[in-house]
Design a protein around this ligand. Sequence first.
Ligand code: COA
Length: 255
Amino acid sequence: MNNILIETTDRIQTITINRPSKLNALNKETILELSNAINAAESDSAVRVIVLTGSGEKAFVAGADIAEFADFTVEQGKELAAHGQEILFDKVENCSKPVIAAINGFALGGGLELAMAAHFRIASDNARMGLPEVSLGVIPGYGGTQRLPQLVGKGRAMEMIMTAGMIDANTAQSYGLVNHVTTQEELLPTCYKIAGKIMRNSPVAIGAAIDAVNAGFVDGIDGYQAEIDCFGASFGTSDFEEGTTAFLEKRKASF
Ligand code: COA
C-alpha cells in the first residue's frame, strides 16, 4: 500500500490516508487501497471498530484528486463516480463494523463525502468542511448531494453546495454534521474512547442496527420492516443469549 497506513490496537483499526503532500487527496489508487482495507477489516475478527483519519495536521482529505480527472470525458466522469461509490463510499456506509471519521483538518469534496459515508464523525477544532465541486464546474459525485441533506437538512446542504464554501468545526457541530469537536491532540483519543464504549456491546447487534438505520435511507425499502426483520433475527444469535443471560445473572456480557 502506497497511500494508506493501517494500525490495529485493542481491536480498533485506524486507517490513515497518507498523501500529506497532496493534502491526502483521493486518487484512484488511494480509493482502491481504502476499499481493500475496509473489506479486510470487515472480515478480520480482530477488528471491532474502524477509525478513518488523514495524515498530518492540515487535512483529513482535500477532495478527489483534481489532477487525475481534469481531462475526463462525460463517460469517464460518470464511471469515476459510479465506480468510487460502489467500491468505497457505499461500502463504508454499509460496513457491518462501526466506521468513525476523525476529521483532523480540511475535509473537502470527496473528503467530506468519505467522512459522511462513515457512520458518524468527530472533528478537531481546526477542521474545515465543504463541498467545493461547483467552483470547479462539477457537482459532488461520491454521494455528497444525497448524504449532506440527510445529515444537515436540505436548505443548509443547498447553501453549502451552491456557495462551495467551507464551514468550521463548531458550525459543523451545530449543523449535526459532526458529533463532537475536540482539540487536535484529543481527536483520536476521543474516537478511541467512543470506540471503547461501542465495543462493550454486541457486534452482531451493532451490525444489524447499521443495516436497519441505513435501510430507512434506501428508496423502495421500508425501514420499519427492515427493523422488524433485523430485530427478529437478533433472537437467533448467541450474542442475544449472552446479553440477556448476563443481565439476568447480574454480570457484564462478554461479546
Ligand atoms: N486534488 C489534487 N491535488 C490537491 C487537492 C486535490 N483535491 N487538494 C490539494 N492538492 C494539492 C495541491 O495541488 C498542492 O500540490 P502541489 O504542492 O504539488 O502544488 C498540495 O496539495 C497542497 O495544496 P495547496 O493548495 O498548496 O494548499 P493550501 O493550504 O494553499 O490550500 C486548500 C488548501 C484545501 C484550500 C486547497 O488545496 C484546495 O482548494 N484544494 C482543492 C479542494 C477541492 O476543490 N476539492 C474538491 C475536489 S472535487
